[in-house]
Design a protein around this ligand. Structure first.
Ligand code: PMP
Ligand code: GLN
Length: 402
């Protein structure tokens, strides 16, 4: 699992040597330097609701959050997070002891792993995995044990027997992500029930990254792992405002969990950033209380974008795995006569003026991810249309040497 840059880093320690520069920074820089359309890094090209932007301005002007906010997060935001979990999922969390605000989901993941792992502990995670998982496990001195999601009937699916077999006496926790980046898989209720049963049977902790909880399409449904029997006490649930409200730069995330787990995560978190995003915390508190129609409209808008880009990619000759969730679509480039996603993505700005992400960088078993490439569709319709029309020229070109 590595980014694509191999420039020398003589001072970087062994734990982090394999990580280099994140693929997202690297590919966004490539988009900037070539002027290509950036469907790589997952950020929307329009800001979230005006009223929420205004709420941030108001907080700033009123002097709310301009100095260090409280370590666990401002009370208004913690209350809004608890109310959201209750309203949507019937999960009740105590505002003071069971909710922690973090600097995005990224810090929540890092703090959870730093707090919960002993050196040498194994973490079973779904592969391909979001890049910060591997780096955070490494920083915590843990060992990652990937369970590969494999293409089956048009989607990447979890093999529950493989998951069960990956758990050993050294396994400390399961690191789950649903809706899943980069594949767009949403674990079904049955799959989640099986994950929960396994966690209870083997007495494992579970860290579950649910930042795309509001981005589920068609018949898919997001069910928090914490809502399954025996899970509330052993599950650290991670959320983020970045994806749901289209303010990825604000870096407001959170953890909900039982008091002992929140206390542990808080201990690590206080020495990472201590606190962050003061005025934005107040704005996100308002965002969490938006009416259900906001979430429904957001989903409808993203669904149309998913269908637009998926159709464009299929037209251009890619095999498309229609995502049930997230704002990413994974494709297979083999129908284009290609097999190496890393080489393909490196050449794509030049060949078609588009930037994408090679899924291989999210794999330990790189060969399993080699032919897959991820495109983000959280972009304006005209941008997606232009990207689709550019990609259509690929079919007419001869395959790259790889
Ligand atoms: N987890 C997943 C699966 C993601 O895709 C991302 C990127 N948003 C994050 C965590 C990080 O979220 P944040 O920007 O809130 O740190
Ligand atoms: N989550 C975003 C993605 O998967 C990237 C966030 C980042 O750049 N770290 O594209």
């Amino acid at each position: 699992m590595t980014g694509m840059t191999s420039s020398a880093r003589p001072h970087l320690n062994r734990r982090l040597a394999e990580f280099g520069t994140t693929i997202f920074a690297e590919m966004s820089a490539l988009a900037a330097s070539t002027g290509a359309i950036n469907l790589g890094q997952g950020f929307p090209d329009t800001d979230g609701p005006e009223q929420i932007r205004e709420a941030a301005v108001r907080a700033l002007r009123d002097g709310r959050g301009n100095q260090y906010p409280p370590g666990p997060g401002v009370p208004e935001l913690r209350a809004a997070i608890a109310a959201h979990q209750l309203r949507r999922y019937g999960l009740s969390y105590d505002t003071d002891t069971e909710v922690l605000v973090t600097a995005g989901a990224t810090e929540a993941i890092a703090a959870a792993l730093l707090a919960l792992l002993e050196p040498g502990d194994e973490v079973v995670a779904l592969e391909p995995y979001y890049d910060s998982y591997a780096a955070s496990i490494a920083m915590a001195g843990g060992r990652r044990v990937p369970v590969t999601l494999r293409p089956h009937a048009g989607a990447f699916r979890l093999d529950l027997d493989e998951l069960r077999a990956a758990v050993t006496d050294r396994t400390r926790l399961l690191l789950i992500n649903t809706p899943h980046n980069p594949t767009g898989t949403v674990l079904t209720r049955e799959e989640l029930a099986a994950v929960a049963e396994l966690a209870v049977e083997r007495d494992l902790l579970v860290v579950t990254d649910e930042v795309y909880e509001h981005l589920v399409f068609d018949d898919a449904e997001h069910t928090p792992l914490a809502s399954f029997p025996g899970m509330r006490e052993r599950t650290v649930t991670i959320g983020s405002a970045g994806k749901t409200y289209s303010f990825t730069g604000w870096k407001v995330g959170w953890v909900t969990a039982a008091p002992g787990l929140v206390a542990a995560v808080r201990s690590a978190k206080q020495f990472l950033t201590y606190v962050a995003s003061g005025p934005f915390q107040y704005a996100v508190a308002e965002a969490l209380a938006l009416p259900d129609s906001y979430f429904a409209d957001f989903r409808t808008d993203m669904l149309a974008k998913r269908d637009l880009l998926s159709a464009g990619l299929a037209d251009a000759g890619f095999r498309v795995f229609r995502p049930a969730g997230t704002y990413f679509v994974t494709t297979d480039i083999r129908p284009l006569g290609e097999k190496d996603g890393v080489a393909f993505c490196r050449a794509l700005p030049e060949r078609a003026g588009v930037v994408a992400i090679p899924n291989a960088v999210f794999y330990d078993h790189r060969e399993a991810g080699a032919p897959f490439v991820r495109f983000a569709f959280c972009k304006q319709t005209a941008v997606l249309e232009e990207a689709a029309s550019r990609l259509k020229t690929l079919g007419a070109q001869s395959p790259q040497m790889s």
